[in-house]
Unconditional design. Structure first.
Length: 191
């Protein structure tokens, strides 16, 4: 439907038991998907909603966005990444996605959010990436979303995605092996 960064801030409007995407192409793709399901609206979907909206932690962790919160040596103040201000900033950045999940759960849907590949491109701060994911996961769970988290199966000791699950020549995405693990996990959950 679009790039992950397009689904962080406000990107939809709730409309009763449905949503309207603000981007015309996303709306077209969404309506086509609902038609294929025979569902007149999101709230009448016969299948669970599996989604990745708001989990583009590498975008949230863009270095320039956090420079103001660093000292002269480039370090974050002790406790900053685990503090209330940081969490509020992450929630604000992902407010559109969090509102989408909240709306979908309120419609009675079973909603599953897929944790992204644990890849941190050069433009992103790894410490912010991991801390932001922690905040986002907690927010999703609080809203009644099931988080599909393969980190224990696909990462090394550093917490980064092992090469066997990385798309070659791509600093962000997982590969087919990663995708197969996600699908297997979803099937194990009864989807």
């Amino acid at each position: 439907m679009g790039s992950g960064r397009d689904f962080l801030g406000p990107f939809f409007d709730p409309e009763g038991a449905d949503v309207v995407f603000r981007d015309a192409e996303a709306q077209r793709l969404y309506r086509r998907f609902l038609e294929a399901l025979g569902a007149p609206s999101l709230g009448r979907s016969p299948v669970p909603l599996v989604c990745t909206f708001g989990l583009s932690a590498h975008t949230v962790a863009t270095r320039e966005n956090w420079a103001i919160h660093r000292d002269a040596h480039g370090a974050h103040a002790p406790g900053f990444l685990g503090g209330d201000l940081f969490a509020a900033l992450v929630r604000t950045t992902a407010r559109g996605a969090l509102a989408f999940y909240e709306h979908a759960v309120a419609l009675g849907l079973r909603v599953l959010a897929l944790m992204p590949p644990q890849r941190v491109p050069a433009m992103s701060d790894p410490a912010v990436f991991f801390a932001a994911q922690h905040v986002l996961c907690a927010e999703l769970v609080e809203r009644g979303v099931e988080v599909v988290d393969l980190r224990a199966r696909v990462t090394d000791r550093s917490g980064l995605q092992r090469p066997a699950f990385c798309e070659a020549d791509d600093p962000i995405h997982g590969n087919l092996a990663f995708g197969r693990l996600l699908v297997a996990d979803l099937l194990d959950r009864g989807l």
